[in-house]
Ligand binder design. Structure first.
Ligand SMILES: Cc1cc2nc3c(=O)[nH]c(=O)nc-3n(C[C@H](O)[C@H](O)[C@H](O)COP(=O)(O)OP(=O)(O)OC[C@H]3O[C@@H](n4cnc5c(N)ncnc54)[C@H](O)[C@@H]3O)c2cc1C
Length: 443
């Protein structure tokens, strides 16, 4: 048996935002044997932007990787919610206050910048070993959880890996979740949301002769254009050199399910058709994307699962709380998971499987309610944004209008100050540290 918690063998399945953060958080707390198994052959290049909310930045800063990520990101000054068809502004919210209030600004960046920043942090830790191009299959439970590692290179034979703690950070299609639910005889499958997303990026030199679009890319504004059952959210990333657009629309083109490496191809003419009634400027913008560079995939979630933990196995990130992107919190929540796992495993009083299970259940207690509330809020925000004509839309637009007088809630929950307080004001590391002893003793 391991002598100290730091001697435990830790297996992390998946090197997404959740897996990388978990590895880094554990390495920084002195864990010596951290192995990360990743299906893809490297971190890959995901051509998409990502919002770096203050609650995410706080964790990344504690882990010492925020400065590099921040240097390439764009600090958001304000957000404008606009009618897609007319480009008329429905609401405008100033976001400059966020840094003063929460200690970190709200930024937006390139996904590759976030993933590489975390990965670089991990590479500085000799105790983290990466096993790329390796699929984890057949997760088994027990005193020592295990799985079969299947190398992509067929010349290498599959091999069994045993660990003291197994953390399934293997995304929406998580094999670990499937194995855990099977073991618990629980039936919660992944479900289609009937929504799909296009993600595209436009480089500054492509729009250099278009002053209206140059103004967008040079700004620090997040713009959301909304229409019935559809919207586009857009912002500049990479020091204002790339304009990133992410859409949501009904999944009528049969988008591919998210695959492990996020490389899905969408059709540009189909995308132009989906937004054909949006204003000319938005259409011009979409039209700049080169054919072949449209990514499209299904947005999927699943209902809350009864537990994220079984024996010495825990789920992390999208494996246990996949969320719609409308609140921009999926990766932030996976990153919070990783930080909390670092706390609870470092606070283990001994290395018995019983204590490991109790500590993992403390992780679940700190994280599950919060993550699932945000999943539900993201879904509700999507419903409000996508309303067609009718009383509900009139009420939503009345709320948007009231905002011009500085009153009331924002139907786009992402931009609502009360929601921001709940999400950005939460210091997950501190909550885990402050409550560990009490929660552990209750398990
Ligand atoms: C359109 C869109 C926009 C978004 N925007 C934002 C945003 O602005 N802000 C934000 O915080 N979040 C955002 N998100 C959510 C965010 O992308 C996800 O929540 C986040 O990436 C989840 O991280 P993860 O590590 O849990 O899973 P993933 O990133 O899916 O990583 C899982 C990893 O596990 C690997 N893997 C899978 N199966 C296996 C296996 N069997 N063996 C080994 N490896 C395996 C995969 O290759 C992958 O690398 C958005 C999502 C979408 C779809």
């Amino acid at each position: 048996m391991a002598k100290t918690p730091q001697d435990l063998q830790i297996a992390i399945l998946g090197a997404g935002m959740g897996g990388l953060t978990t590895a880094l958080a554990l390495a920084q707390r002195g864990f010596k044997n951290i192995h990360v198994y990743e299906y893809a052959s490297d971190l890959g290049f995901v051509g998409a932007g990502i919002q770096l909310a203050p609650n995410m930045a706080r964790v990344l800063d504690h882990l010492g990787v925020w400065k590099g990520i921040e240097a390439e990101a764009v600090n958001i000054g304000d957000t404008s919610v606009r009618d897609g068809a007319t480009d008329q502004e429905l609401a405008h919210v100033d976001l400059e206050y966020i840094k003063k209030t929460y200690g970190y600004p709200h930024m937006v960046g390139h996904r590759a910048s976030l993933a590489n920043g975390l990965h670089k942090g991990c590479l500085n830790q000799p105790n983290i070993k990466f096993h790329f191009a390796t699929t984890a299959e057949d997760v088994e439970f027990g005193q020592k959880p295990s799985f079969t590692a299947v190398p992509r290179n067929e010349a290498e034979k599959p091999y069994k890996v045993e660990a003291d703690v197994l953390l399934g950070a293997d995304g929406i299609k998580s094999n670990t979740r499937v194995a855990m639910l099977k073991r618990l005889d629980v039936n919660v499958g992944v479900k289609d949301t009937n929504q799909a997303a296009y993600r595209i990026m436009i480089h500054k030199d492509q729009i250099k002769d278009d002053p209206e679009l140059l103004a967008l890319i040079n700004s620090t504004r997040v713009t959301r254009w909304i229409g019935e059952k559809r919207h586009i959210i857009a912002y500049a990333v990479s020091n204002n050199t790339i304009y990133n657009l992410s859409t949501t629309q009904p999944d009528s083109n049969f988008a591919a399910a998210t695959n492990a490496t996020y490389t899905t191809k969408g059709s540009k003419p189909a995308m132009m058709g989906v937004f054909s009634d949006f204003c000319p400027m938005v259409q011009r913008l979409l039209n700049y994307v080169p054919e072949g560079e449209v990514c499209e995939w299904k947005l999927r979630t699943h209902d809350p699962i009864p537990t994220w933990v079984h024996e010495s196995v825990a789920l992390v990130g999208d494996a246990c709380h996949p969320t719609l992107p409308h609140l921009a919190q999926g990766a932030a929540q996976a990153i919070e998971d990783g930080a909390v796992l670092g706390v609870v495993l470092a606070r283990l009083p001994d290395t018995t499987p019983e204590s490991i299970n109790k500590a993992l259940r403390v992780y679940e207690k700190v994280r599950k309610g919060r993550a699932e509330a945000l999943v539900e809020m993201a879904a509700a925000s999507g419903r409000a944004l996508h309303l067609g004509d009718g009383a509900a839309k009139e009420e939503r637009d009345r709320q948007f209008a009231a905002l011009r007088q500085g009153k009331g809630p924002v139907p786009d929950k992402w931009a609502d100050a009360d929601v921001q307080r709940e999400i950005y004001g939460f210091d997950c590391t501190k909550v885990a540290e402050d409550n560990f002893d009490e929660y552990f003793s209750q398990m």
